[in-house]
Every structure is written in structure tokens, then in C-alpha cells.
Design a protein around this ligand. Structure first.
Ligand code: ADP
Ligand code: ZN
Length: 523
């Protein structure tokens, strides 16, 4: 039996390696560099823990998850692994003790925060002991355009310069080809062997539904399919987190809030309760989740649109680590598109930043509007092909959406925006254009004499919700855009092709809103 398998059996009590773990472990034990892309729950930790046990010296693990280091180290100690950590949360005595253990060669694994590694003190300390390997966890944090960018990660390229003989293994669950190349480039992993696992999470059912009354839709989902289950609900804003945590609690579903606006003690308490107790729902911003290893999260619900497919995949990936059926549910509507486009326009970033953010958003929107298998789309985004074009476990495969020829509707809507802009030199949001098309004589319509426009009342063949769907799909497809504080609609370079009848637009048929659930509170 190899030393690696022996350590796996003896220390962790597992009979065999999973997937590529065995190859990765062997490669690193032999002193090679590795870049490991593996989905959440794939078993990345063993890829560096086993080599650290087998190779002489201490494995140094760089992790941004300071809040979890204590837990990770405690868990390893229970298994008899000699582990310690160094970060800003510990007191001087503790720190001295860990340092002494490292220098004396009494540690198998030492976890350090990336900012610590940048300091001369830690670097000198590492020179005084023997290092078996460097493991760079959550390596996508080095990607500058990514959603978890940590400036301290950029400094990690010095590991190789300072300790050229120590093998490095970088690990991440984020895996577009572009991110992978960026990680390899920035960390100087030129010689590293790449190990890419399949990113498919077959037990997760992907569903993206039109957003009507998000709170009620969420409640309906939890009551009908996930009663008593643990799950995570993601919201964009702190206010929305607080509101929905209270809403669920009021409706008899135990829920806790988590966002950066809560003090660290409350955050920590809520997180530990979520990990420990059964059937709790964590309502959170995306500040919650990285590194959280709770196997039985049965659902991840998004009440707002994630900013990228990577973000969506990471967040939904926290469901079903135990391999049992789980739900990834996202409610998505016109307002999401408007809001996210606005956030990008008004962001502090430079042109390149905004262009990049817009590209990420476009890919996410394409996923939402897709009429083909969601799983196949997500995998294709990560450069992986799926076994079959239909997975049988996403909303599109389970209930294929009807599509309809929305070209004429699109022309009506775009003409309305065109007339307001060109004839009146006015800019309005989606609501006003829809009112005009529906021929509604609202105050705002009569005040601006919009009932005199030639397009007034030409859209009564569709319902308001259908028009909102048209606007949303035009925004998602780049045929319309929004501007400014009032999210006014404006034409784009692509609008003309639709107005001239050169482009045919197939649209998703909007499904009827879900049956409203009975709620104890109508907040
Ligand atoms: P990741 O870091 O990739 O999200 P982890 O390293 O936390 O994944 O592993 C996920 C779960 O799978 C853990 O509970 C771990 O103990 C378990 N696991 C990993 N490898 C094996 C294996 N070879 N055999 C059995 N269980 C494993
Ligand atoms: Zn599918």
C-alpha cells in the first residue's frame, strides 16, 4: 500500500481516493506543482493534506478564510493531525506556541492568512522550519476581475522565488478557462500540471423562475418542497436580508440574517447555529458562504440576480454537498436587469472594469433567458461539455418553456422608446412605455400627452406582465439599455436591426405566476 493510501485510511478513515485525488496527491508528493479545479464538495482539502502528511516538513496552507481556520485546525487535531494556524485573531501567546511548534518540526499543517505571508516576520519564521509544500486555497482570489479578489493574493507569486524547491498546489472551485489562466499566470505556476474535475453537480436541480412576488414565491417553495430543511437564501442588499429573515420567521420558518453590516459576534453566532442546528434558513448577502462546509444544505434560493455565472455556480454549489437531491432556485425579473446595469454604469471602476462586469452580467442574463438545458449552459460556460444536451434535472428540461415570435412586440416597444426619444426628446422608464402600449390614460400619460403618440394603445394584445418580459428580454439581449438615476430606456446599436425587421426575436413565453401562498404577514 502506498504511503498516501495508508494516510487516507489511517488518518481520515476513507477506503479510497475519489476522482482525481489519487493522481493529484501522487504528483504533489513527487514534488510537482499543481493547479486543481474541482467543484465545491469535490474533496480538495485531501489533495494537499495527504501530501503534507507524507512529505517531510510542514505543509503551509494559505487561506483567506480566517474565520474558519480555528474550525479547520480543530477538526484536523481530532483526527490526530498536528495542525496549527497563524492569523490576526489570535493572541501573542498562542502565536508564539504555534511558531515554536513549526520551527521544531512538530506540525504537519500550518494555516496562514495571505496578508500574514506578506510580512517579513512570517517569511523569516518560515525560513527557520522545513516546508513540505504550499497549498494556495481559494486560488481564484488572485483573479483581479473575479468576485472574490484579494489584493494580498497577488503577493503570493513570491513563494516560488523565495522557496523555489517547495512544490505548490493551488486549488479553486471557480473554473472558467480565463480564470484558470489568470491564476496560473499571476501565481507563476508555469510548470504546474492542471487537474480539472467535472463541474457537473448532478444532484442539484437548477430552476430559474420569473420574479413576481419574490417573498411569497420563496415561501411557497420552502413550504411545498423544503419544509424543515436547511438552506441559504441570497439577497443583494442588507436591508433585503433583514426583511426576508424576519418575513420567514414570522411565517414559521426559522431563519437568521447574515451580512457585513452585522457585528462580527452576531455573524459568528448565526453562522455557527446554521452549521450546528438542523432546519435553519440562512438569509444572507454573498458575504456568507465561502468555505462553509455544511453537507446537508438542501436548497439555495436567490432572490436577486447574481452578477456572474461564476458567482451563481459558487453560491448554488453550497447545496447538496452530501450528494442528495437539492434545489438551486433563482427568481429573476425585469428589475434585476435594470438594477444590475445601473450598478455597473454608476460603479467607480474604470472602463475596462465596467466592460468586464457587463460581460459577466450578459452571460448570467443569457443563462436566465435560455431555452436550452441550464446545466449544459453552465458547464459550457466553464468550457466543459455535458454528456447529453438535456439533463432531465433543470426547469428547462423538466418543463420546456414555450417560445414565441416576439419580433413584432419588440418592434412596438422599441418604436415607443424611439418616438419618445426622437419626437419628444424625452426619456422614460419601462413602466411608462408599457402604459403607452397598453393605452392606459394614467396621469403621467395624459400630462405628457403620450396618448397622442401613434404607438398609444397598439400593444393591447399582450398583458402587462408579458410586456415586462419583452422589455427584460430586450435588455438581456442588448437591444435596449437603461440610463441614469431613473433607469430610463434607450436604444442601442442593435435596436435598428429589429426595427428594420432584419432580426427575428424568439422569446420565452412567460409562465403564469405561481399560486400565491397564504402568508401570516403580507410584508
Ligand atoms: P471541497 O474543499 O472541494 O469543497 P472538501 O475537501 O471539504 O471539499 O470535501 C468534501 C467532503 O467530502 C468532506 O466531507 C470530505 O471529508 C469528503 N471526502 C473528500 N474526499 C473523500 C474520499 N476520498 N472519500 C470519502 N470522503 C471524502
Ligand atoms: Zn437540463
Amino acid at each position: 500500500m502506498s504511503d498516501a493510501t495508508d494516510a487516507l485510511n489511517r488518518v481520515f478513515g476513507y477506503p479510497s481516493f475519489r476522482g482525481q485525488q489519487g493522481d493529484i496527491v501522487e504528483h504533489v508528493i513527487a514534488g510537482g506543482d499543481a493547479l486543481v479545479l474541482m467543484p465545491t464538495g469535490g474533496g480538495k482539502s485531501l489533495c494537499y493534506q495527504i501530501p503534507a502528511l507524507v512529505r517531510p516538513g510542514t505543509g503551509v496552507v494559505i487561506s483567506p478564510l480566517i474565520a474558519l481556520m480555528q474550525d479547520q485546525v480543530d477538526a484536523l487535531r481530532t483526527l490526530g493531525v498536528r495542525a496549527g494556524f497563524l492569523n490576526s485573531s489570535q493572541d501573542l501567546d498562542e502565536r508564539r506556541m504555534v511558531e515554536a511548534e513549526f520551527v521544531a518540526g512538530e506540525l504537519d499543517l500550518l494555516y496562514v492568512a495571505p496578508e500574514g505571508l506578506g510580512t517579513a516576520g512570517v517569511q523569516r519564521l518560515l525560513d527557520r522550519g522545513k516546508i513540505s509544500l504550499f497549498a494556495i486555497d481559494e486560488a481564484h482570489c488572485v483573479a483581479q476581475w473575479g468576485h472574490d479578489f484579494r489584493p494580498d493574493y497577488l503577493g503570493l507569486s513570491m513563494l516560488h522565488e523565495r522557496w523555489p524547491d517547495v512544490p505548490r498546489i493551488a486549488l479553486t472551485a471557480t473554473a472558467t478557462p480565463a480564470t484558470r489562466d489568470e491564476i496560473a499566470g499571476r501565481l507563476g505556476l508555469t510548470e504546474a500540471r492542471h487537474f480539472t474535475a467535472s463541474f457537473d453537480r448532478p444532484n442539484i436541480q437548477y430552476r430559474i423562475v420569473p420574479k413576481n412576488q419574490p417573498s411569497r414565491q420563496l415561501l411557497e417553495l420552502l413550504r411545498s418542497e423544503h419544509a424543515g430543511h436547511s438552506g441559504i437564501v441570497y439577497c443583494l442588499s442588507r436591508a433585503s436580508v433583514d426583511k426576508h429573515a424576519a418575513f420567514l420567521t414570522d411565517n414559521g420558518i426559522p431563519a437568521l440574517p447574515y451580512h457585513a453590516g452585522l457585528d462580527s459576534r452576531t455573524r459568528f453566532e448565526n453562522q455557527s447555529r446554521f452549521l450546528r442546528e438542523d432546519g435553519l434558513v440562512m438569509v444572507a448577502t454573498i458575504a456568507f458562504g465561502m468555505g462553509i462546509d455544511k453537507p446537508d444544505v438542501r436548497f439555495v434560493a436567490h432572490l436577486d440576480l447574481p452578477k456572474s455565472v461564476e458567482g451563481y455556480y459558487q453560491e448554488t454549489g453550497r447545496a447538496g454537498r452530501d450528494g442528495l437531491p437539492s434545489t438551486a432556485w433563482l427568481a429573476y425579473g425585469l428589475q434585476d436587469v435594470v438594477q444590475q446595469r445601473k450598478m455597473i454604469d454608476s460603479s467607480e471602476g474604470d472602463v475596462a472594469f465596467r466592460r468586464n462586469a457587463a460581460r459577466h452580467l450578459d452571460a448570467m442574463l443569457a443563462l436566465c433567458e435560455s431555452v436550452t438545458c441550464r446545466r449544459a449552459q453552465v458547464l459550457a460556460y466553464f468550457g466543459q461539455s455535458s454528456d447529453s444536451p438535456t439533463c432531465g434535472n433543470c426547469d428547462v428540461c423538466l418543463t420546456p418553456p414555450e417560445s414565441w415570435d416576439g419580433t413584432v412586440a419588440a418592434q412596438k416597444l422599441l418604436s415607443t422608446v424611439f418616438r419618445l426619444q426622437k419626437e419628444r426628446n424625452q426619456k422614460f422608464g419601462a413602466g411608462q412605455s408599457i402604459d403607452i402600449l397598453l393605452g392606459k390614460r394614467t396621469d403621467k400619460v395624459t400630462r405628457f400627452r403620450h396618448d397622442e403618440l401613434s404607438v398609444f394603445g397598439i400593444g393591447t394584445d399582450l398583458r402587462e406582465s408579458e410586456w415586462r418580459g419583452v422589455v427584460r428580454q430586450l435588455l438581456a439581449g442588448g437591444y435596449l439599455t437603461v440610463h441614469g438615476e431613473y433607469s430610463t430606456l434607450a436604444l442601442t446599436d442593435s435596436s435598428a436591426s429589429v426595427l428594420r425587421g432584419e432580426a427575428k426575436l424568439m422569446m420565452r413565453r412567460e409562465v403564469a405566476p405561481v399560486r400565491p401562498a397564504r402568508t401570516a404577514s403580507s410584508r
